[in-house]
Design a protein around this ligand. Structure first.
Ligand code: HEM
Length: 311
């Protein structure tokens, strides 16, 4: 059989590749001879993926609840994947930054616009039954959600607004983590007593969060933006992409989630206790959390009115 010039070229490139790692090309080619061709189910791991939905009840809508949370976690992973490429990029351009940021916003737009799968897509009766089998667990314990926050902005912008003046860049990470805004969902600041929700979450992830915040301390999205040359920071497309991302994550998604919690937990006189036990009706509101990733990109008035326009 006469070898085509392309085949010749490919073989030469493969030879260079395998020589570089001290591997014999013929052995690799022979491997191809016996190797099974890849299939969709092997490549996408559909069997493993579709066996990850473990219900605790026989209520059909619990499957909707589980899968939608898993979809969120997969999209959170895509968000972190893009953030990592922006923040670890050797020679970052405004074009690359805003394009990737728009990808990330697209993922969060999808998370926000699809939240009605939760708010409209389950029976309240079924939810009020199966939720008792997952208490005290809560989406609050989504580690990737917290990592997206740590990778997006300086730690000071995630500190509970009541304690921000007492914390600066020299504050030990351990102490800073004790004053993050989300501590308020599970800690009584008078007694220091923590809920099981928060204790279990910290036991599992505290060290990983400290290592992650250290890694992103000076390369998070906000720090990366502020390190860009002034004229690049002025790029209107990039500024709009930053504002869109900030508002989508910290107001639009939060309100879709909050309205869903109201639908399922606020139908009696008193709001139902949340599975995680937080004072959710107050805690989950953007105007209360005041979580703003990129403060310099908003006017004084916009910062003042944060989250007030969506109530
Ligand atoms: C019926 C649907 C849902 C309801 C009723 C609901 C309710 C709640 C409530 C009440 C909280 C406050 C913490 C607590 O005490 O539990 C919370 C927190 C949280 N949930 Fe959900 N949730 C729902 C769906 C989801 C989904 C699909 C996700 C996606 C992963 C999610 C992610 C989160 C996160 C990240 C927090 C912490 C938010 C923060 O700290 O600001 N939730 N949820």
């Amino acid at each position: 059989m006469k070898k085509q010039p392309e085949t010749e070229k490919l073989l030469e490139q493969l030879k260079v590749k395998y020589d570089a790692i001290g591997q014999d090309l013929d052995t690799q080619l022979e491997g191809l001879l016996y190797g099974e061709p890849i299939t969709y189910w092997d490549y996408i791991q559909t069997d493993a993926l579709l066996n990850l939905q473990i219900q605790r009840t026989t209520l059909p809508d619990e499957m909707v609840f589980i899968i939608y949370h898993q979809i969120n976690e997969l999209l959170f992973k895509m968000v972190l994947w893009e953030i990592e490429q922006i923040t670890h990029h050797e020679n970052l351009t405004a074009k690359f930054f805003s394009e990737r940021l728009m990808r990330i916003s697209r993922y969060f737009d999808m998370l926000t616009s699809s939240f009605n799968i939760m708010s409209e897509g389950m029976e309240i009766e079924q939810y009020l039954k199966f939720r008792n089998t997952l208490t005290p667990a809560s989406g609050f314990q989504s580690a990737q959600y917290r990592m997206i926050e740590f990778a997006s902005t300086d730690l000071i912008n995630l500190i509970d607004a009541r304690f921000r003046d007492t914390i600066d860049r020299n504050t030990p990470y351990e102490h800073a983590l004790e004053h993050l805004y989300w501590q308020a969902a599970g800690k009584d600041y008078k007694t220091g007593k923590k809920s099981y929700l928060l204790k279990a979450f910290e036991e599992r992830y505290k060290n990983r969060f400290i290592a992650f915040t250290k890694e992103y301390n000076s390369i998070n999205l906000y720090a990366t933006f502020k390190n860009l040359p002034k004229e690049v920071q002025g790029d209107p497309e990039l500024r709009n992409a930053m504002r869109h991302y900030d508002y989508t994550v910290n107001v639009t998604w939060v309100m879709s989630h909050y309205n869903t919690a109201v639908k399922y937990l606020n139908h009696g006189k008193e709001p139902e206790e949340a599975t995680g036990g937080s004072d959710w009706a107050k805690y989950m509101l953007p105007k209360y959390q005041k979580r703003i990733f990129f403060p310099d990109l908003w006017t004084e008035q916009e910062l003042e009115d944060w989250g007030k326009d969506v109530e």
